[in-house]
Design a protein around this ligand. Structure first.
Ligand code: SF4
Length: 302
């Protein structure tokens, strides 16, 4: 089937099945183009919670679809590729969190949304990279256990020095791979540039950033910036989107291989199969949903 036919059929199926399609910014552009909304994780969670359609398709990785199910349990939540996991989310288990809670009984557990439903259920509140600072500052506890991303946690500790942040040893393999020499090389190649980085990058990378923010915040920064040349320190999907949106600016990736392989597992054909066969459906028990819902609800309401 030609791509134009696949696109046409996806549109028909979306209408026939009254399905809402949400895509993350790291998805391939061809998938983003078929979505009703392209979002970061925070907006995706909010849109999933407010969805009026009976079926919601999450083009992203599994924890995003799980979050959508937890926030809107009465809906059918589908993901085109069930194997699209997030290695960072798999680095922490509920047992790890329970152990940390025992060691630090006076601490609040702030859980990055990139985590399983089981881990969310033993956490006090979730956060995304766009909401993390606001959420940590809003908590009455002075001590924060931050899971699973040590880089985002270290960034929070620096930005919110009035809190004591206990870090866990998790990381995003895609962002953690970027080194200071990648940044220096990119800056040398584009001397009149500014550098915008995601806080999942290592501190040695963030130290060179002119702007640090979530995917949505980086997009906003690039759109509003007076600078003509911007080096992007996050996944390639953002670079491609910005190049298309801002043809008068020079947009570069900080490193050639800044690609999340899990986000790229979804293509047009996978989205078509998902809508046609209503697969793969996210199934969580009522108990799992109830246990994880509190921490997600708290995040969305702050
Ligand atoms: S970019 Fe990193 S954190 Fe995001 S889905 Fe991929 S592996 Fe997980």
């Amino acid at each position: 089937m030609a791509n134009s036919d696949i696109r046409q059929r996806i549109l028909e199926l979306k209408a026939e099945k009254n399905a809402l399609v949400l895509a993350h910014y790291y998805q391939p552009l061809e998938v983003q183009d078929m979505a009703d909304h392209v979002c970061d994780s925070f907006e995706m969670a909010k849109r999933a919670r407010a969805a009026e359609q009976q079926t919601v398709v999450i083009c992203g990785v599994v924890f995003m679809a799980e979050s959508a199910k937890i926030l809107n349990p009465g809906k059918k939540i589908l993901i085109p590729v069930m194997e699209a996991g997030c290695p960072m989310a798999d680095m922490v288990t509920p047992e790890d969190v329970i152990k940390l809670k025992k060691e630090h009984p006076d601490a609040a557990v702030v859980c990055y949304v990139n985590s399983s439903a089981a881990v969310k259920s033993v956490s006090d509140i979730c956060c995304t990279s766009s909401s993390v600072l606001r959420i940590v500052r809003s908590l009455p506890q002075k001590k924060i256990i931050f899971i699973p991303d040590k880089n985002l946690g270290a960034y929070v500790a620096k930005q919110v020095p009035e809190k004591e942040v206990i870090l866990f040893d998790g990381f995003c393999p895609t962002h953690n791979r970027i080194s200071e020499s990648d940044v220096l090389r990119a800056k040398a190649a584009h001397p009149d540039s500014v550098f915008a980085a995601h806080p999942e990058c290592r501190e040695e990378v963030l130290n060179h950033a002119d702007f640090i923010g979530s995917t949505a915040q980086i997009l906003d920064y690039a759109r509003k910036s007076e600078e003509k040349t911007i080096i992007i320190g996050t996944e390639q999907g953002i670079v491609e989107r910005l190049r298309r949106e801002l043809p008068n600016k020079n947009i570069y990736s900080v490193a050639a291989s800044f690609i999340c392989p899990n986000m790229k597992k979804t293509g047009l054909q996978e989205l078509l199969n998902c809508l046609e066969n209503e697969q793969w459906e996210i199934k969580l028990t009522d108990g799992e949903i109830a246990a994880a819902k509190q921490s997600l609800d708290r995040m969305v309401s702050i």
